[in-house]
Design a protein around this ligand. Structure first.
Ligand SMILES: C[S@@+](CC[C@H](N)C(=O)[O-])C[C@H]1O[C@@H](n2cnc3c(N)ncnc32)[C@H](O)[C@@H]1O
Length: 159
């Protein structure tokens, strides 16, 4: 959507297969095959960072590391739009709780479910423009068609 609308876009993807698919699907975007926890490939400052359903995959220490990196790579007054699993998700509470509101769906695979206060705390260095819960329909794997109740936030870097 962003590259089609003539923004210069850089993408990060850790999975080799997803990285190859993304390059093929969107040749205008420059993709990096690596982790958002490192982002050593660039020291550029960006106007905005869009992150759909990835932040909730990390434990607290890593979530803060990722968000700190995002903050440092945003230009002054830059924007973020993030979505992540909320406490309203059907799967909330499934599996072993390994941190507050973080459950292992499989061993070594954490999912954090964001509450309202949690969201505000994670994005405390930003001015919140809009936040809430949005529904997102998906069909994949053994689960089949289902609706996610995602927490979203649109915010601006405070300077
Ligand atoms: C649940 S999917 C989210 C859907 C995807 N963002 C989209 O827009 O359709 C999570 C994605 O994040 C990628 N991912 C997981 N950990 C990552 C990391 N540390 N760095 C970069 N990408 C990661 C996964 O490979 C997967 O493609």
């Amino acid at each position: 959507m962003f590259s089609e609308n003539n923004f210069n876009v850089v993408g990060v993807e850790i999975s080799d297969i997803a990285f190859e698919m993304a390059k093929e699907f969107d040749p205008k975007t420059k993709f990096f095959n690596g982790s958002v926890l490192e982002m050593t490939f660039t020291d550029e400052k960006y106007d905005a960072i869009y992150c759909f359903n990835t932040l909730h995959l990390f434990l607290r220490k890593e979530r803060i590391k990722f968000l700190t990196k995002c903050y440092n790579q945003l230009r002054e007054n830059g924007f973020v739009f993030f979505t992540m699993f909320s406490e309203k998700e059907a799967s909330f509470g499934t599996g072993k709780e390994i941190e507050n509101n973080t459950f292992e769906s499989k061993p070594g695979r954490p999912t954090h479910y964001f509450s309202k206060s949690d969201l505000i705390q994670h994005f405390k260095d930003y001015l919140i423009i809009k936040k809430g819960i949005m529904e997102d329909q998906e069909t994949h794997g053994e689960v089949g068609p289902h609706i996610h109740k995602l927490s979203y936030i649109f915010a601006q870097k405070r300077v």
